[in-house]
Design a protein around this ligand. Structure first.
Ligand code: GLN
Length: 531
């Protein structure tokens, strides 16, 4: 029978609940248990796919093509398991399902209400994650902060699950803030106490409290929280600020956080195998080289908009004992008369990640010209590949009007165009080309040298595609089409060979990078940039 761990947050948002959930999952997995993860997002959007990256940060895409919260990226990076449609549930998804059932007549005769209809739907989503994954333990993180109006139904559903399954099968972790007050120079536990009162008011008694604070809590403070919040002192886990998030599981392990959970679940306390993770920490703590990579995009003010890309760059850096410093370049700023030599003075490689809409693309194209002409290693991702094609068509093939249909609907030379099957789509949500697709790699190319195999699968999230009508002319001018999706004859990877390192892909390799196993495209990009 699957056991359930729930991670809630108190006092403020942005405490690192996702990292806490991921760290506990990693530790439980390291002890030989099959772990699956899930996140509840109480907003009304069906998924984050329609939100601006400025609102929500990056949209993480799972292999099955679900557009999800960025915390799922942390989950996959920590536990190295593929998540799916059961892993990210929003209020929008729950209400859509209930309303569809109501229309179908599934509740005929009943008044449809938040309790029990909405809460039942939520409970089913928790159990579905357990059943479909066949996991020993499912860890569910609840977005938002305890006391939010939006999350009320989710918390009520969890209360009912605790009742149905009992203490041996459910475990509640509450993450809170313990602020440091300058002047009196002390940590304060009152916000934690109040947040636990709030949680208890909703019928949930936490089994563990994870305290986020700049310094560790002393015994006196832990005793205080233990007394006021009715939990054993050992079940208060310090989560002090760290420079490197990958250190956090080790910090929790040292405080036996996973053992406490296993004890309540009456599961055997098998020996943890954290060798790989410990090796990772050793590496990240001893990086002895540095390199600057420019990330050119239009959402650079909010680094979370490029979270997986930034992580993937860092992971590749670890392999070469190199700290990757990201030079966040706002592409719009490149559009005026600026000196690119100055902006890229210390830059050893340029990356252009995904994006939507016309704003800032001319700056990105300028950066691509700079990389191409100055032999600076370049990696283009999704929009980055589409712009690399436009740049090449305009500046090398002299197709002056080359553009993407996305930016100019009346465009005369649509080197990037809408796919035939996208033309009649009206809904914007969930209708991109999403998730895993096959890519066949041509031997003797940079891409083949990276992947070292002919058939790969990568995750997608885009509406526009390379227009095959331009393949011949671009090829004649030196562009290499090194990756193709054979089923639909779609271009997946392009590259140049008379260049130190110039490659771009239509998919998002960043989603598959892991701290202990960097992605081949990021690997070769970083290694070329270092050289
Ligand atoms: N806007 C482009 C498209 O929809 C690229 C999307 C992306 O970079 N994820 O095809």
């Amino acid at each position: 029978m699957t056991k359930y761990v729930f991670v809630t947050g108190g006092v403020v948002s942005g405490l690192g609940k996702g990292i806490t959930a991921s760290s506990l999952a990693l530790l439980l997995k390291s002890r030989g248990y099959k772990v699956f993860m899930q996140k509840f997002d109480p907003y009304i959007n069906v998924d984050p796919g329609t939100m601006s990256p400025f609102q929500h940060g990056e949209v993480f895409v799972t292999a099955d093509g679900t557009e999800t919260d960025l915390d799922l990226g942390h989950y996959e990076r920590f536990i190295d398991e593929e998540l799916n449609y059961t892993s990210n549930i929003t209020t929008g998804k729950i209400y859509s399902a209930v309303i569809e059932k109501e229309r179908r007549g599934d509740y005929l005769g009943a008044t449809v209400q938040i309790v029990p209809h909405i809460t039942n739907e939520i409970k089913n989503k928790v159990y579905e994650a357990g059943m479909t994954s066949k996991a020993d333990i499912v860890i569910t993180e609840i977005g938002g902060t305890i006391g939010d109006i939006e999350s009320g139904a989710f918390i009520e559903a969890l209360r009912q699950i605790a009742l149905e399954k009992g203490k041996e099968n459910t475990f509640f972790v509450h993450t809170t803030l313990v602020p440091f007050i300058y002047g009196s120079d002390e940590l304060k536990t009152k916000p934690t106490q109040h947040s636990v009162i709030e949680l208890r008011g909703l019928g949930i008694q936490p089994d563990m409290i994870v305290t986020r604070s700049p310094i560790a809590l002393d015994d006196h403070l832990k005793n205080k929280i233990a007394l006021y919040c009715s939990i054993p002192k050992e079940n208060i886990i310090d989560s002090v600020d760290v420079k490197n998030i990958y250190q956090i599981p080790i910090n929790y392990y040292n405080q036996k956080a996973d053992e406490i959970i296993l004890k309540q679940f009456k599961l055997e306390n098998k020996k943890a195998n954290l060798k790989e993770w410990q090796k990772l920490i050793k590496t990240t703590d001893s990086l002895d080289k540095e390199i600057e990579i420019a990330l050119v995009g239009k959402y650079t003010e909010l680094h979370d908009a490029y979270l997986s890309v930034a992580e993937a760059l860092r992971h590749a850096g670890y392999k070469y004992h190199t700290k990757v410093n990201i030079n966040w370049v706002d592409s719009e700023k490149l559009e005026s008369d600026v000196d690119l030599n100055k902006i890229f003075k210390n830059t050893k490689g340029i990356i252009i990640p995904g994006g939507f809409g016309e704003r800032g693309i001319y700056g990105m194209i300028k950066a691509i010209t700079y990389a191409r002409e100055n032999n600076v290693p370049f990696l283009g991702i999704c929009l980055g590949m589409q712009l690399a094609v436009i740049e090449f068509a305009r500046n090398v093939c002299h197709i002056k009007e080359a553009n993407s249909r996305e930016f100019d609907n009346m465009c005369q030379e649509p080197v990037i165009d809408l796919m035939a099957e996208q033309k009649n789509i009206i809904n914007m949500g969930g209708t991109l080309r999403l998730g895993n697709y096959n890519c066949h790699i041509k031997k003797g190319t940079l891409a083949y040298n990276d992947y070292k195999c002919e058939n790969i699968k990568e995750r997608h999230r885009h509406r526009y595609e390379f227009n095959n009508n331009y393949k011949d002319i671009l090829e004649k001018n030196g562009l290499i089409f090194s990756g193709i999706n054979k089923e639909s004859n779609l271009v997946e990877i392009i590259e140049l060979n008379k260049h130190k390192h110039f490659i771009a892909c239509q998919f998002h390799p960043e989603f598959k990078s892991r701290p202990t196993k960097c992605h081949p495209l990021f690997d070769s990009f970083i290694s070329s940039s270092i050289k």
